[in-house]
Write a protein that binds this ligand. Structure first.
Ligand SMILES: *[C@@H]1O[C@H](CO)[C@@H](O)[C@H](O)[C@H]1NC(C)=O
Length: 497
């Protein structure tokens, strides 16, 4: 059998290129100096991360203040659930979730009665998705982007239950004008579909109310785990070509200064955005066309995933090996160097040879450029066809690849100049610092896992929203048993949704 990755092309590329020339590399005028780091205000890594994290529970628990608004479609035939303690079928705007395990939690108020309404979509529902823990009513960020749509201002004092239906009404009124059926204030696995249009009743069931878990928090974690990681919730089809991001520095320049003084990405939020930027964001969202209008046809999610696949594991092992190498033998330094070679192999040009006895690394620039631009040169060559959102995604992929390649080619150029002599301890320390810096800058959530790995009947859980904040620890996930015998978790809080 052929390996999955082997595709036989029937077409020959329409290559006007002669030997060794790469016709799409148009970015020749750029600066390929290995010593030029990205601007501290550049957001390519942040856009890359937030886009890669859409519809996944784990990374949106880690960074609970959403920055992205993306249009999407829920296809016909999708089940939606709404639970309550009376048999009234709601006729006005209400919430629903994609998992009954989540909906049923809302019978909790009056445990003696539980009615589960099961709905099905009968046509594609057009919806707006808000990332972050955007169903968590907290004043510290998760509602910011919804506030922009509901009120045209960030109003943290309205992140309470009392304002819930007012917010819902305002968003739905706005949705009616702009052609949206539903809004997803997501706890990621749970879509508060906030408009009852395009759905039919499947059943209205009076359920037993005996608790099936020691605490309803277990049910919540059960269903959230299904959507923890890529590809996340598949029942919503997002249109990335109209994604709107608060990390877009052209769209929301007033947020640059606030991020500049933040100590940590968890401090990033939309509060403090100025009026001109709010108007621009609302304009962009209201101009999202009814159907996706991408002329490029580029699959951005696949491109981002390929970039993560190619680097996530190898960068992690490289980092670990370099940490060993600083305390240990020359052998680990050599192994680390060979990992760099394995990542850069497709870009190591025959013509790239070190200049003898010189600190000058300009000879490595063609390798840096090839590595940094290969994934994106086609998209860059058709930039005029791209939507503004696609240009943001292109920039994110470019900046991300550029920094990965700058760091790795820097290491390689350093090492090649020394070989076959052994790498000095100073050099290995520098490499370690460089890779630590790159990994922190990329900050991919695949690197945050339970170590050692959990048993198959355990769940690797990241304590964060919607549980009360004194329980949060989003840098240290832990293995939990959500089956008997249950791990004792102190869920004295109720869920803040
Ligand atoms: C980054 O943004 C801050 C705040 O707006 C500004 O003071 C600083 O000069 C900017 N830095 C660069 C390198 O653009």
């Amino acid at each position: 059998m052929l390996p999955l990755s082997l595709i036989l092309l029937l077409l020959l590329p329409n290559a006007s290129a002669t030997h060794g020339q790469t016709p799409l590399l148009a970015e020749l005028t750029e600066n390929w100096n290995l010593n030029t780091p990205p601007s501290p205000n550049a957001t390519g890594n942040l856009v890359f991360n937030t886009i890669s994290s859409l519809l996944q529970h784990w990374p949106n628990t880690r960074y609970h203040s959403g920055h992205t608004i993306v249009p999407g479609v829920i296809p016909p035939g999708t089940l939606l659930f709404h639970a309550r303690s009376d048999p009234q079928v709601p006729t006005a705007r209400e919430w629903a979730s994609t998992d009954p395990e989540f909906a049923r939690i809302f019978c909790q108020e009056q445990p003696e009665e539980c009615w589960l309404l099961t709905l099905v979509t009968v046509r594609p529902l057009r919806m707006l998705y808000f990332d972050g823990s955007s169903a968590t009513k907290r004043p510290d960020g998760p509602m910011d982007t919804q506030d922009l749509i509901a009120w045209g201002a960030v109003l943290p004092e309205r992140s309470t239950v009392e304002w819930e239906y007012e917010r819902l009404d305002r968003m739905c009124d706005w949705g009616q004008e702009t052609g949206f059926d539903a809004f997803n204030a997501a706890q990621l696995r749970n879509y508060a579909l906030r408009l009852y249009r395009g759905v039919q009743t499947v059943s209205l069931s009076h359920l037993q109310t005996d608790p099936v878990f020691p605490h309803h928090g277990y049910s919540f974690i059960h269903s959230s785990e299904w959507h923890d990681h890529f590809p996340g919730e598949l029942r919503i089809h997002l249109d990335l070509t109209h994604a709107v991001s608060m990390y877009d520095v052209d769209l929301a320049p007033s947020l640059v200064g606030r991020r500049f003084v933040a100590n940590d990405r968890r401090e990033h939020r939309v509060l403090g955005i100025d009026q001109a930027d709010i108007d621009r964001v609302r304009d962009r969202v209201s101009q999202i066309p009814m159907t996706s209008a991408s002329k490029s046809g580029i699959d951005w999610m696949a491109l981002f995933k390929v970039i993560r696949d190619q680097h996530a594991k190898r960068l992690q092992v490289l980092q670990g090996t370099l940490h060993e190498a600083t305390s240990d033998s020359e052998d680990s330094a050599q192994r680390a160097f060979r990992i760099v070679l394995s990542i850069l192999a497709p870009y190591l040009l025959h013509s790239a040879v070190p200049l003898l006895s010189s600190q000058d690394t300009t000879w490595a620039a063609p390798v840096y450029q090839l590595c940094a631009t290969t994934h994106t040169s086609f998209a860059a060559s058709i930039k005029s066809l791209l939507t503004p959102s696609e240009r943001l995604l292109l920039n994110a992929a470019q900046e991300t690849m550029r920094e990965i390649c700058r760091t790795l080619v820097g290491l390689w150029a350093d090492g090649v100049q020394v070989l076959p002599r052994t790498f000095s301890k100073t050099m290995v320390h520098e490499w370690q610092a460089e890779v630590d810096r790159l990994v922190a800058w990329l900050d991919w959530d695949v690197w945050l896992t339970c170590q050692p790995a959990c048993a198959s009947d355990e769940t690797c859980h990241l304590p964060g929203a919607p549980f009360f904040m004194h329980k949060w620890n989003v840098s240290v996930p832990r293995c939990l048993r959500l089956f008997e015998p249950y791990s004792p978790i102190d869920l004295d809080s109720s869920i803040q949704t």
